[in-house]
Design a protein around this ligand. Structure first.
Ligand SMILES: Nc1ncnc2c1ncn2[C@@H]1O[C@H](COP(=O)(O)OP(=O)(O)O)[C@@H](O)[C@H]1O
Ligand code: SF4
Ligand SMILES: [Mg+2]
Length: 324
């Protein structure tokens, strides 16, 4: 049996868009591999458009990759028979950025939560389903549950709505959860509390979490040994523990991400500050060679010709840069 709940291997996802009469293809995810260890939290970071959601959805079989394979507990998800795939569907759950993408606005909280348990036959009757819902609601901070059971999503605050979306994903006690920027739409004051709720619940259920974000500071709630993959323009450019990334970021893109973290005393990090020139190009205009070659202050000739491959620099640290 594999030690990873999810292994995504050499994933390529090509999208096609129309430009006038032409149909142009580009790789939103370009030969990326990640493995989420059992019972762990794995962070996926990168700015908007880097391919994080696409990769996360591939691991949930919500998008079929153009190339590559996804193993769930060692089994190829696109090779499963109907029965096995159904079991995987229960075991792999998605918490999207916008809770309205996962919860039905016309259902009361009670039905949002009990229907999913009944649909997947995890509860035999209404009473059992309601008991499960109340238990989860208490745990995700919807207390007292009675106050929320008969409300519709629009009657809840943004934070409460996201807690319902989290509760819905957790009702099935999945082995694997993808939380895709789950607090991006919420006030700063609420973010910590919701990220902690997700972390505590994942630990309690014993599941594994792929936590997608563009805010590196949110990963600090998961502790220094959390594995983090950094994506840029559809490529995985660096992977390491959070501690390694914060203390010794090796890829210039990661260095720029970390330079952008606000620090109380700006002088403290002045010496290590790295600012990239220009803005991220569209994936349709990805430069030749290294994806960062048109913005990187260290770019050399080889960077514009040859794509750097991921290289291992410590047991847990990988980087794709010609400087390493
Ligand atoms: N269904 C789609 N059709 C065409 N392009 C898409 C589609 N979904 C995403 N993209 C594009 O793929 C790239 C990666 O998107 P996404 O995975 O959503 O990135 P992220 O989650 O990091 O913001 C972006 O350029 C986005 O515009
Ligand atoms: S490979 Fe070259 S362009 Fe790319 S990040 Fe490294 S130094 Fe910069
Ligand atoms: Mg996204």
């Amino acid at each position: 049996m594999s030690d990873n709940v999810i292994e995504a291997k050499n994933i390529v996802v090509k999208f096609y868009i129309r430009r006038g009469l032409r149909r142009i293809g580009f790789a939103a995810v370009d030969n990326v591999s990640i493995a989420v260890p059992k019972g762990s939290i794995f962070g996926l970071i990168g700015e908007s458009g880097s391919g994080k959601t696409t990769l996360g959805k591939v691991t949930l079989a919500l998008i079929k990759p153009t190339k590559g394979e996804v193993l769930f507990q060692g089994r190829n998800i696109f090779d499963m028979d109907k029965k096995e795939f159904k079991k995987y569907r229960v075991n792999a759950q998605y918490i999207p950025q916008d809770p309205y993408a996962s919860i039905n606005p016309y259902k009361r909280v009670r039905d949002i939560l009990t229907d999913i348990a009944k649909y997947h036959k995890l509860a035999l009757n209404n009473k059992e389903a309601l008991d499960m819902a109340i238990d989860i609601m208490n745990k995700v901070g919807l207390n007292p549950p009675e106050r929320y059971l008969d409300k519709y999503p629009f009657q809840l605050s943004g934070g409460e709505r996201q807690r319902v979306s989290i509760a819905r994903a957790l009702m099935l006690k999945p082995a694997y959860i993808v939380a895709d920027e789950p607090v991006t739409m919420l006030d700063a004051s609420l973010k910590a509390s919701i990220v902690k709720t997700i972390k505590d619940m994942v630990r309690e259920i014993g599941s594994s979490l792929l936590f997608i974000t563009h805010e590196i500071t949110l990963l600090q709630f998961f502790g220094p040994s959390t594995l983090v993959a950094v994506m840029y323009l559809g490529k995985l450019v660096e992977q390491a523990t959070l501690k390694e990334l914060l203390e010794e970021p090796l890829h210039p893109y990661t260095q720029a991400l970390i330079s952008a973290i606000p620090v109380p005393d700006p002088k403290a990090r002045e010496t290590r500050k790295l600012i990239l020139s220009g803005t991220t190009p569209s994936p349709l205009n990805k430069p030749q060679g290294c994806p960062l070659s048109n913005r990187c202050p260290f770019a050399m000739d080889i960077c514009r010709k040859e794509e750097p491959q991921l290289k291992q620099v410590s047991p847990t640290h990988f980087v794709a840069c010609h400087l390493r």
